[in-house]
Design a protein around this ligand. Sequence first.
Ligand SMILES: [Fe+2]
Ligand SMILES: [Fe+2]
Length: 377
Amino acid sequence: MNSDMARQTLPAIHQGLAERLFGLHGEIKADRDLTALSRIAVALYDERTDILKTFIHSSDGESPLDHSSEKMAQLPSLRELAQSGGRRTLNDLTVVAGLGQKHASRLVACGYLSSYTVPILSGGRFYGFLFLNSVHKGFFTPLVVHRLRPYAELIAQVVLRELDAVRMMHAAVKVIRRVSTVRDEETGAHLARMARYARLIATKLAVKYGLDDEFVEYLFQFSPIHDVGKIGVPDQILFKPGKLTPAEFEVMKTHVARGLEVIDLLARDFGTQSLAHFSVLRNIVAYHHEALDGSGYPHGLRGAEIPLEARIATVADVFDALTSERPYKKAWSNQQACDLLRESVGTKFDPDCVAAMLDSPDEIRDIQASLEATVFD
Ligand SMILES: [Fe+2]
Ligand SMILES: [Fe+2]
């Protein structure tokens, strides 16, 4: 599928950074020396799990690497670039593909024959890579690289600015949570893990639901904010060890509306409401307690009326809550948690989201191993 077709088939919600990258790509190709720049792609790095994941791209031809995620430990040459900040020119990808390098093989299979790679660094921190490709061998001459440099810098800045807006919002949420008492069960490690489960589910469902990597990234970034409204729930209800009375439960339910108020205020102050994917955050906050059979709250939505991002976040959140130790319960085994998810398919949980979790025992264990600490951060 070429970029034009991809753009037309994407719902408006998915047109954010990728859309802007597509525009920039068009401008770059208007330069006669750079017309053969056939693909620009950005991958982002998640330091906590060492995962490098595809994010946005603009490709003239087929897109070779959608929904890819790989441990950087498995990518020694890229890891070296990330550490050194150096750039890499490969003017004949067939040679690298011939050595068995699987990404290069996929690029070659889609007709891309040369590549130029730039690490995205800011303040000494590594955020990801910008990959440029051409269908011509030997395209990235010193002159072309020189001409591309300001464009590469611009794309890196656009990506960093967008990530910054999200990061500011996270920082604000962190402060809100620190000065409030919502700390006991919603530890930093719980939030970090549930966000990665959400990313895992979304990645597995991406093809079936036509989700692009940009959507998946925002889902990952925004999932941990789902319960920010709990700051409005009194401690004696929030921390009550036993079952809530019906009246207390009514109060508990207000954390959803309160959460929406908080994120709308934050969005106004940080300018994040202009993010193309802000609706992903709103939907997660608003609908993460809805259940598939309509028995959830606050709206009693059913099935597909519940936005997919909320259905994903719910399964991710519940799975981690079950497998974590809480003041009032021991941690369940992964098997026990999977059994409960399976039993509640169709009543509480979306079958596809549950299937994606059940299908991922290794990935789940990996997330648990890299985010074991239960400290609040
Ligand atoms: Fe909640
Ligand atoms: Fe949670």
